[in-house]
Design a protein around this ligand. Structure first.
Ligand SMILES: Nc1ncnc2c1ncn2[C@@H]1O[C@H](COP(=O)(O)OP(=O)(O)OP(=O)(O)O)[C@@H](O)[C@H]1O
Length: 453
């Protein structure tokens, strides 16, 4: 190609090689049919422009200066890809579905939109962020408070919280921003602690997960359509996985969850899995798994790790078996020779124990043994290794578990995800690879034991 270009330039002075073509598949959210757009892009200029655009520039004139200052102090200086693509839309008040890889920075994108919309001098509930779990709620509240500093109040209404006390606080001094789980929020609205009529921004984080939960879906619909109206607010949905997203966008408009010009911001549509994760698997029998896990931990010496375990089945509970989570924690506490703290997190724990585990995890190097409760939204950037002690149920579950590592947007450090499977489960893992378009390399048991012995 280079030779051809040189020859053409010699024969035709002023000749410039054609620009490379980039193809965008556009799915309009209104009545137009999907179409393909081919654009010729000047790569060098585009890259230079991207490199020069700071978060401050992307948000200029829309996000209050004190919020941007706080963002910079925390270390948010350059926008991530999803922030660069979505912020111009979000900050113009557009309803958006943020659909981008795990760890890509969706939280900051929607929180900046929240802070660009609320009136810091008004004492009323103006923004609501709905999350699926208490732990994710604690995390989002923390980032929101960091950005708000003391300019407005951010309240967390989370399962297991002190709702009675919070009810009187909300009435006495309404917070500008509320971060809530669905049941707590509905309880407060139904007890008339506040109304959602005046909210100006509604964010639903991990939206596919909440819609997928039979317990929460009817309450979520009420939040979207009965307690407040799409026409009077900005609505933002976020997730790394939105299965059948065209159908979802159609439903958004049809059911009036959003306005009809909602935009789907889909970053990396072809590769939903972050590319810097290294995937491995080991085939072993169920009996060998504990031993294999221990060997892997000794061999990998993770900085911090999460070991994902399936929830205990009702049958196993009835048979009086201990849950695998406790068995693993006990094994690690007795036999693991590394210096990491071994912690447990699962649904059945009471909220105080869950809160204790979660706050301990934040500080030091840890080995967290958890069910899928930690697989959505958990942001522990020091996690270098993920172990699937049990194969996740679906490709989406695999994606979210894997996404608990490799969460530093501008770092390309390789982080690993290792899955323990039986011979029979091999085809399921293969299906996940095909669906999510990643490659998983086999680790042979013999080679592992030779290395560790
Ligand atoms: N502009 C930025 N500069 C530096 N770090 C950033 C920036 N934006 C976000 N981060 C950091 O990236 C990490 C991941 O961000 P975040 O939790 O928002 O990801 P996410 O897209 O919501 O992921 P998930 O889908 O897994 O919930 C966080 O540790 C966050 O502090």
């Amino acid at each position: 190609m280079a030779v051809a270009v040189a020859m053409a330039a010699a024969v035709f002075p002023g000749y410039a090689p054609p620009l490379p073509t980039t193809t965008f598949n556009i799915t309009p959210t209104t009545h137009l049919a999907p179409f393909t757009l081919r654009l010729r892009v000047r790569p060098r200029r585009a890259a230079a422009a991207a490199a020069a655009t700071t978060l401050r520039e992307v948000c200029a004139g829309r996000v209050p200066d004190h919020v941007l200052q706080r963002a910079e102090e925390v270390g948010y200086v350059m926008p991530t890809e999803v922030q660069e693509q979505s912020l111009p839309l979000l900050l113009s008040g557009q309803d958006c579905v943020l659909h981008a890889q795990t760890g890509s920075g969706k939280t900051l994108a929607y929180l900046l939109s929240v802070f660009s919309t609320i009136d810091f001098n008004r004492s009323s509930v103006q923004a609501l962020v709905v999350v699926p779990t208490r732990e994710l709620g604690i995390q989002v509240t923390k980032v929101a408070r960091l950005l708000a500093a003391k300019a407005c109040t951010v309240m967390a209404l989370l399962d297991g919280g002190m709702l009675k006390r919070q009810k009187s606080w909300v009435k006495a001094e309404p917070p500008a921003v509320i971060v809530a789980t669905v049941p707590s929020l509905c309880q407060m609205v139904e007890r008339r602690a506040f109304t959602l009529q005046s909210i100006r921004v509604l964010v639903i984080d991990e939206v596919d997960f909440i819609f997928g939960s039979s317990k929460q879906v009817s309450s979520l619909r009420k939040i979207l359509t009965s307690y407040s109206a799409a026409a009077s607010r900005q609505t933002i949905f976020a997730s790394a996985s939105i299965p059948q997203h065209n159908r979802f966008l159609h439903d958004c408009i049809q059911h009036k969850w959003t306005k009809s010009d909602v935009v789907h911001v889909h970053v990396n549509p072809v590769h939903p899995m972050p590319s810097h994760l290294c995937h491995k698997y080991v085939i072993c029998t169920k009996k060998e798994r504990l031993h294999v896990l221990l060997s892997l931990l000794e061999r990998d010496a993770p900085k911090s790790a999460i070991i994902f375990v399936a929830e205990q089945s009702e049958r196993s509970k009835k048979a009086g078996n201990p849950p695998s989570t406790s068995v693993i924690v006990e094994l690690l506490r007795n036999s693991y020779k590394g210096s990491l703290d071994v912690l447990l997190l699962e649904e059945d724990m009471n909220f105080n124990a869950r809160a204790a585990s979660f706050s301990e995890v934040k500080g030091r190097g840890f080995m967290l043994v958890s069910t899928d409760i930690a697989s959505r939204g958990f942001d522990l950037p020091q996690t270098s290794h993920i172990y699937n002690f049990d194969l996740p149920k679906t490709a989406t579950d695999y994606l979210h578990r894997a996404g608990r590592t490799g969460r530093e947007p501008f770092s390309r450090l390789e982080c690993s995800v290792t899955t323990l499977i039986t011979e029979d489960e091999h085809f399921v893992l293969q299906r996940f690879q095909n669906e999510l378009k990643f490659h998983c390399e086999e680790l042979h048991l013999e080679s592992m034991f030779t290395l560790t012995s």
